[in-house]
Design a protein around this ligand. Structure first.
Ligand SMILES: C[S@@+](CC[C@H](N)C(=O)[O-])C[C@H]1O[C@@H](n2cnc3c(N)ncnc32)[C@H](O)[C@@H]1O
Length: 438
């Protein structure tokens, strides 16, 4: 056991040195937790070296803690996650990070925050103090709180806050039903989206999915679109730099299938003038997407480089004959049979030279086997293989679907008449490229 502990400590030290040197290349040190300012790598795409080092620290510290602390205490700590969830919901709903923004590093006394939020000072103080112990907010002096690097992400203007609010409310409620649903004689064995935990919480009718819950509900639809803006960027990895977008010919058209409000296209639009984009989704997201782009990038719509078109990927193919069909974070929402329907519809639109890109988590074949990739020297492959499993279970809760291994993607591709071409590792969700089988 001592050997494993020594190895974990060595991995942590070496990975932290990699992180320090990546910041140093940008002329910075690793930002202090107290700083609410935006720092390098907060917004830009992480490179794979940095993201592998961060993953290593994350997984190694978790294993280290699990090894050395009292298991009883640790298990109870896991149960205390419900406390964290309740407190995070409270500060988002009461807009605490927004109220603290102008107060800067000095922060605000809890009495002043109480006036703004309507929450009793003594109770608000306990919520904020607990979160401060988890490095979300800072207690500057007794009963005076300030934003820090983490609480700033919960500010109402950040898409991350919409994502967390969505996670906490819709997925949070659904997760409390997981045990009951998995043991239910009808819902348990089913792999239909309506029969999952979230489906049962929101009474989704047979044949429908989570998207039925939000369709036409202005608040839920907008929050989901905003959530995807922040959450999907976080899981997308270095997709703009890893895939050879720049080498695609001028005027290459990307069809972003189920592209929401076109969030994945923003970065590509800004970085690659050779690309044009058609974002296809259900009517609600399409309408919100048109609004979003006309507000932030009107020239994209005016020039015709970005356009929107409603469609239902179960009912028919997207626009035909484009060079690239791009499906980001679509596959993990659907069971194999449904995903094959979607892919088969996309295949009908593809030409001889079209490529189809599935951008989603690619799970390791086995968690306890060396991962493919791992770009930092001395990286422990077993530590690197721990990621992707929380979102896999989230998909079970959310839609009875799952994350897939590379072989699973190759199999569903084959069933849809598609041939696997190449895997592009991005450090988070990866890109799997297919072409037509014949
Ligand atoms: C998890 S989101 C991913 C959005 C976007 N691709 C991204 O990566 O940010 C799934 C998207 O699939 C869309 N979608 C769900 N059902 C659909 C359907 N039947 N036809 C077309 N789009 C659909 C949703 O509206 C949503 O925008």
């Amino acid at each position: 056991m001592d050997e494993r502990l020594d190895s974990l400590l060595a991995h942590i030290t070496s990975a932290v040195n990699v992180i320090k040197s990546e910041y140093a290349k940008k002329g910075h040190s690793i930002p202090s937790l107290d700083s609410p300012d935006i720092r390098p790598f907060d917004l830009e795409e992480p490179n794979t070296t940095l993201s592998d080092a961060m993953k290593t620290v994350d997984a190694a510290c978790e294993e280290l803690v699990a090894t050395v602390v009292n298991p009883y205490r640790r298990m109870v700590d896991h149960a205390y996650d419900v406390v964290k969830r309740g407190c995070i919901c409270t500060v988002i709903d009461a807009k605490v990070p927004t109220h603290l923004k102008d107060a800067g590093e000095k922060g605000l006394p809890v009495d002043a925050l109480s006036e703004k939020t309507g929450i009793t000072p003594a109770k608000l103080s306990r919520v904020l103090r607990y979160l401060a112990t988890k490095h979300i907010f800072r207690e500057v002096e007794p009963d005076v709180f300030a934003n820090n690097r983490y609480s700033m992400l919960l500010h109402e203007d950040t898409p991350v806050s919409a994502g967390i609010s969505w996670f906490n409310e819709e997925c949070g409620q659904a997760s409390t039903r997981l045990s009951e649903v998995l043991r239910h004689p009808v819902y348990g064995p089913s792999d239909d989206p309506w029969a999952c935990s979230l489906g049962r919480v929101f009474e989704v009718p047979e044949g429908k999915s989570f998207y039925w819950v939000i369709q036409g509900n202005e608040y839920r639809e907008k929050r989901f679109a905003d959530a995807m803006l922040g959450v999907t960027e976080h899981v997308a990895g270095s997709y703009a730099s890893v895939y050879p977008w720049a080498s695609l010919p001028s005027n290459t058209t990307i069809i972003d299938v189920g592209g929401g409000i076109g969030q994945a296209c923003v970065k590509l639009y800004k970085s690659f003038p050779n690309l044009r984009f058609v974002i296809q989704d259900l009517p609600g997201p399409v309408e919100k997407g048109q609004k979003f782009w006309s507000q932030h990038y009107p020239e994209a719509l005016d020039s015709g480089r970005v356009s929107f078109e409603s469609f239902d990927f179960f009912q028919g193919p997207p626009i035909s004959g484009a060079e690239i069909y791009y499906l980001r974070l679509i596959s993990h929402n659907w069971k194999d049979a449904d995903f094959v329907k979607i892919l088969s519809n996309v295949r009908r639109a593809m030409g001889k030279h079209s490529k189809l890109l599935i951008h989603d988590h690619v799970l390791p074949e086995k968690t306890l086997q060396p991962a493919a990739g791992g770009t930092i020297q001395g990286v422990d492959p077993v530590l690197m293989n721990k990621f992707g499993f929380s979102i896999d279970v989230l998909m079970l809760i959310f839609s009875n679907a799952r994350e897939r291994r590379l072989q699973d993607f190759i199999d569903v591709g084959k069933r849809s008449g598609l041939k696997f071409n190449e895997l592009y590792r991005t450090g988070r969700a990866d890109i799997v490229e297919f072409t037509l089988e014949n």
